[in-house]
Write a protein that binds this ligand. Structure first.
Ligand code: C2E
Ligand code: SIN
Ligand code: SIN
Ligand code: SIN
Ligand code: FE
Ligand code: FE
Length: 326
């Protein structure tokens, strides 16, 4: 055939969209239109050798692409459970007669059997990744929900960390990884008692020592996983309170001993903690925050990252403003 297309049925939108298509960009059509629509709704194969004479044919796609469909063959695709997945479509047979036959249907059915497996596995994989992301985020929100004033804290820290990662020169995938992993940085706070976590005033030294355990607790919770997102979360949970000058906790790591994810999330976490009100402190003015970051450059924070952070300060402020707690 001159062109082949794999259409995927989008149940929620009741549309068909082109997963793989020769010669045309990704398009969507209503699920009840065209020969593919007919094939998907009736779940039977279908072919015509004179498309423009066929009442089921939808000319809109040709109109959009300038292509001339003559012969068209389509058959339904099913997932592993036998649910309709979409359709396989072949257009314009490249033989002298230029006509499809029942025999072509038989051959393509066999081919479709193989593509069905790959497509439904690929979609399952996508589903698993999406589910992973959602569960991580949910867990992080549960962790934060005990201290009421931090509603969007995890969301903001995620966005701030991803932006800083990108500006620092990490590629898109790694920035996305940090975005997914950083919401878990404080998950260890689930094990901190309410009278410490929600104390309106300053913590005593003893209380603060207790609070510091949230880093190691989080690390122990997360580090057993083999999944890369959760492994990254473990690093961030363990290291987000380490300081560049070696005076942080829990391990007093110094400079580049601290993983870049730890150095990035330290900046994101403190920025958000200062810009937002906490039970123990009001929100700070941005100018005051800027001043502190300048003072802490090379002390608390990686000096190179602070330079990038301050050079792009407005972009980070925008994130805070976008996801402000109401
Ligand atoms: P958090 O509220 O999310 O704060 C994260 C980090 O932001 C703090 O880590 C600290 O580095 C920075 N930060 C927050 N507020 C201030 C501030 O007023 N001044 C300065 N210079 N930095 C600030 P840190 O100190 O390791 O604290 C970890 C967590 O311990 C905090 O997370 C919070 O949950 C708790 N915490 C710390 N101090 C107090 C306190 O005085 N009272 C209460 N109730 N909790 C506290
Ligand atoms: C149809 O299936 O009726 C039109 C789809 C196409 O031309 O690609
Ligand atoms: C937090 O959970 O990040 C802060 C807790 C607090 O506001 O005391
Ligand atoms: C604190 O909140 O007392 C810690 C300040 C710091 O980050 O050095
Ligand atoms: Fe923390
Ligand atoms: Fe935090």
């Amino acid at each position: 055939a001159d062109r082949c297309t794999i259409w995927i049925y989008d149940k929620e939108k009741n549309e068909l969209w082109t997963k793989v298509a020769h010669g045309i960009p990704k398009i969507r059509i209503p699920a009840n239109t065209g020969i593919v629509g007919h094939v998907v709704s009736t779940q039977t194969e279908y072919f015509t050798n004179d498309a423009y004479d066929d009442p089921n044919f939808n000319r809109d796609v040709d109109k959009k692409t300038g292509y001339k469909t003559k012969a068209l063959l389509a058959l339904p695709l099913y997932d592993n459970e036998g649910n309709i997945l979409g359709a396989f479509q072949a257009v314009n047979k490249m033989t002298d007669t230029q006509e499809f036959s029942q025999e072509d249907i038989g051959i393509l059915k066999m081919v479709a059997g193989y593509s069905e497996k790959s497509i439904s596995n690929a979609m399952l994989n996508e589903e698993i990744i999406k589910t992973q992301k959602e569960i991580i985020f949910l867990m992080a929100e549960i962790g934060e929900s005990r201290s009421k004033e931090t509603g969007n804290h995890v969301k903001r820290v995620a966005e701030i960390s991803a932006l800083l990662a990108k500006l620092y020169g990490m590629n898109y995938e790694e920035a996305e990884l940090i975005k997914m992993a950083s919401p878990m940085h404080d998950i260890g706070k689930v094990a901190i008692p309410d009278d410490i976590l929600k104390k309106p005033g300053k913590l005593t030294d003893e209380e603060f020592d207790h609070m510091k355990n949230h880093t190691t607790i989080g690390y122990k919770l997360l580090n057993n996983s083999d999944r890369v997102i959760i492994k990254s979360s473990a690093i961030i949970a363990a290291q987000h309170h380490e300081k560049w000058n070696g005076k942080g906790y829990p391990n007093r790591l110094k400079g580049e001993e601290i993983h870049p994810y730890g150095r990035i999330s330290a900046i994101a976490d403190v920025f958000d903690a200062l810009a937002s009100p906490r039970v123990y402190k009001p929100a700070w003015e941005y100018e005051r925050i800027k001043k502190l970051f300048l003072e802490e450059k090379g002390q608390h924070f990686d000096p190179e990252m602070i330079e990038i952070f301050l050079d792009n300060f407005d972009k980070f402020v925008e994130i805070i403003e976008t996801y402000k707690d109401i």
